[in-house]
Ligand binder design. Structure first.
Ligand SMILES: [Mn+2]
Length: 432
């Protein structure tokens, strides 16, 4: 017998992947965990006849020769008996889109970091030219939308969007998708969100706006990740962390959400024993208190390789500069020759102003061309410290609508960082 299973707290991606596996592996039996997400439970109760799911107590595990695991790579998160794990000669087929190394040892696998696991399976369904019903296409699209936040999470890949297009072509019903994907904020979730907002505080680490919310909880509360997601959106911070401590069980659940690429939640969560993607992740820790957890995350963000890039790593130097008595005509030729749009004005190593192409509009008469640059330069210059981050540089440039920032240390100009330097870094335009 061949069975299919997935992680506890089954979401739409996991359910969709199980159904896709029944198509790819004819005759296989989908075995669903006892605990499924509330919206998946609602969906299944209406579609009971269409998607027949089996419970563990309906399966004779002695008969199982082959196990297909979808959307997870961890024995602990499966709802299957231990004796199956220990079974000799068990064939295991693994489909997963999480990057962390799991403890399932498959005989065959398809593992790829991508927005949704169902995208990987759609790839194979397309290859094998399998025919999908509109109801299957609808469920699969719900899986993609849920796991990628409607294709907006940073983990989303082009292939997820292609798969979504393919499913729409196969008559996926957006009405039904929207109906079931609407986040289920129950009374408990609303209370948690309300408490988080009441004590909301923002802090700055490495130029990122970040919020930590620490809350004591009693018993199990489902959907905490939805709550943290909403919390981040309302606060409009780059990243938000919900640290939920259950004093009775001594467990601490940490959920993180990030909206900036360089702040990778998956990396942070893996460092503290959890997992996730760039935009979303979680961890569960035992016998730590929430203050300790916050301190750990702060240290990780401060020490993070990618976020620790400083302006001094990006800036150009030596700086082409002119002195304040240089004739404006000569400044014009230097700009043309160097192909740049502005220059710092420096006297004896001290920054006294900045001249940009825009300032040349102030020249009205030909005779003015012989005047010194100090007559036209801006003296109100925004500068940046060398140890600041590229994000901070980008923010300053946007705020003041300027294209370059002199990098100043102890009053002396040591380099210059331009809009394109910041863009190259932020968008990874150059290979490392
Ligand atoms: Mn998934």
């Amino acid at each position: 017998m061949q069975i299919i299973s997935t992680h506890k707290n089954t979401d739409f991606d996991a359910l969709a992947s199980m159904v896709a596996a029944t198509i790819l592996y004819p005759g296989s039996i989908p075995v669903i965990p006892k605990a499924v997400n509330p919206n998946v439970r609602d969906f299944l109760s209406i579609h009971k006849d269409v998607f027949k799911m089996y419970r563990t107590n309906e399966i004779d595990f002695a008969e199982v020769e082959s196990l297909i695991v979808v959307d997870i790579n961890s024995w602990n998160r499966l709802d299957l008996p231990d004796k199956l794990r220990e079974k000799k000669g068990l064939e295991i087929i693994l489909w997963d889109h999480h990057s962390d190394d799991g403890d399932i040892n498959p005989s065959w696998k398809c593992v790829d970091e991508i927005g949704a696991n169902i995208t990987l399976m759609v790839r194979m369904l397309k290859e094998k030219k399998k025919v999908l019903t509109p109801i299957q296409a609808t469920l699969f699209l719900a899986g993609i939308y849920e796991d990628t936040g409607n294709l907006s999470f940073l983990s989303t890949k082009a292939e997820d969007a292609h798969a979504a297009a393919f499913l729409l072509e196969h008559k996926a019903d957006l009405n039904i998708v929207g109906k079931f994907l609407r986040p289920a904020y129950g009374e408990k979730q609303k209370n948690v969100l309300f408490q988080m907002l009441q004590s909301a505080a923002r802090t700055r680490i490495k130029g990122y706006s970040i919020s930590f919310s620490k809350l004591d909880i009693n018993g199990h509360i489902s959907g905490l990740s939805l709550v943290v997601n909403m919390y981040r959106q309302i606060l409009n911070v780059d990243a938000a962390f919900g640290i939920f401590e259950n004093k009775d069980s001594g467990k601490c659940i940490i959920i993180g959400r990030s909206n900036v690429d360089a702040l990778d939640i998956g990396v942070i969560m893996r460092s503290i024993g959890g997992g996730g993607h760039a935009g979303a992740g979680s961890a569960m820790l035992k016998s730590v208190n929430s203050d300790k957890v916050e301190e750990m995350i702060r240290n990780l963000i401060e020490g993070d390789q990618r976020t620790s890039v400083q302006i001094s790593d990006l800036m150009s130097f030596p700086v082409v500069a002119v002195s304040s008595d240089t004739k404006i005509k000569d400044v014009g030729s230097i700009l043309k020759e160097k192909g740049c749009t502005g220059l710092p004005v420096v006297d004896d190593g001290r920054l006294v102003g900045i001249i940009s192409r825009r300032d040349f509009r102030k020249i009205r008469k030909k005779s003015q061309e012989k005047a010194p640059v100090k007559a036209f330069m801006s003296t109100n210059v925004t500068t940046i410290d060398p140890e600041k981050s590229p994000i901070q540089a980008a923010r300053l440039m946007i705020k003041h609508d300027i294209g370059r920032l002199p990098v100043v240390e102890n009053g002396r100009i040591i380099g210059i960082v331009t809009r394109s330097d910041a863009m190259v870094y932020l968008y990874d335009l150059l290979p490392e």
